[in-house]
Design a protein around this ligand. Structure first.
Ligand code: IPD
Ligand code: CA
Ligand code: CA
Length: 273
């Protein structure tokens, strides 16, 4: 069953990915969700419709949690049930998409009993299809993935912050500075699912971010674990899809990164900028 689900998730992700690239020039509505940092376009919504319609044509009995509808309702109860639940991000990296920065993806995860069993992230600009099935390994365009073996000082890390957090309190600046001082580089690239895919394929060595949503990470975390990496909450706890705090690494740097991120003390967490 996992193989079959993976095959359909791959086809649906590639179809949607090619469609969003072809239709970028037709984008005619850019709306703010919470604020000017949080965008949604008509293409996000149409991509979501295209994906969910195809899923339900093939698997009418499956549950779906998809960003542009479920981000409003936040009904994540089907995540933990003994049923197949598809978790869809119809464009992960909408700010990049709007600005024509070619770093965004379609992310489709399938979860059963709270655990991802299929993870597909498609980058339509590089035509790279990252996919994993539980226990089946992770692949990009058919090539098996393996996380890197770099040390922290050789590492390139990705992260992401909500800009409103960054401007009201300082912990983020402190942890960023600490990680920057101990690694080779840190980037805020703008697509969490693709960041996780990049950890899985060894281009980068670690990624962390707090407060993400299930659709940002469900697919990518399976890519990382199936490629031999480690995922957890930022504090090292067992990853919870609903909380959305994630730290994903090549495994070798997991403990060191966790230590640095938890070194930021309470004072640093509450100083206003
Ligand atoms: C966003 C991206 C970004 C992350 C944001 C997400 P969206 O998703 O994954 O990298 O930093 O927190 O909301 O809104 O482009 O689907
Ligand atoms: Ca997203
Ligand atoms: Ca999105």
């Amino acid at each position: 069953m996992i193989q079959t689900l993976k095959k359909y998730a791959e086809q649906i992700a590639v179809d949607a990915g090619k469609w969003i690239v072809q239709n970028r020039s037709n984008m005619d509505k850019i709306q703010y969700k919470k604020n000017h940092l949080d965008l949604v376009t008509d293409i996000d919504r149409l991509s979501e419709e295209r994906i969910t319609r195809k899923i339900l044509e093939i698997f009418p009995e499956h549950a779906i949690i998809s960003e542009e509808t479920q981000s409003i309702h936040k009904d994540f109860t089907s995540l933990d049930r003994d049923e197949y639940c598809w978790i869809v991000d119809p464009i992960d990296g909408t700010v990049n998409y709007v600005h024509d920065i070619p770093y965004y993806s379609i992310s489709i995860g399938i979860v059963k009993n709270g655990k991802p069993i299929v993870g597909v992230v498609y980058d339509p600009n590089r035509d790279e299809l990252f996919s994993a099935g539980q226990g089946l390994g992770a692949y990009v365009n058919g090539k098996k993935l393996q996380v890197s073996s770099r040390s922290l000082k050789e590492s390139v890390l990705h992260t992401g912050y909500c800009a409103s957090d960054w401007t009201t309190t300082s912990p983020l600046r402190h942890e960023f500075a600490k990680c920057y001082a101990k690694s080779r580089n840190i980037k805020i690239a703008g697509s969490a699912s693709l960041d996780l895919a990049y950890v899985a394929c060894g281009r980068i060595d670690g990624f962390w971010q707090r407060g993400l949503s299930p659709w940002d990470i469900a697919a990518g975390i399976l890519l990382v674990t199936e490629a031999g990496g480690t995922v957890s909450g930022v504090d090292g706890s067992v990853l919870d899809l609903k909380t959305g705090d994630v730290m994903a690494t090549n495994g070798s740097i997991q403990q060191q990164l966790k230590t640095i991120l938890s070194e930021v003390d309470e004072d640093e967490r509450t100083i206003s900028i």
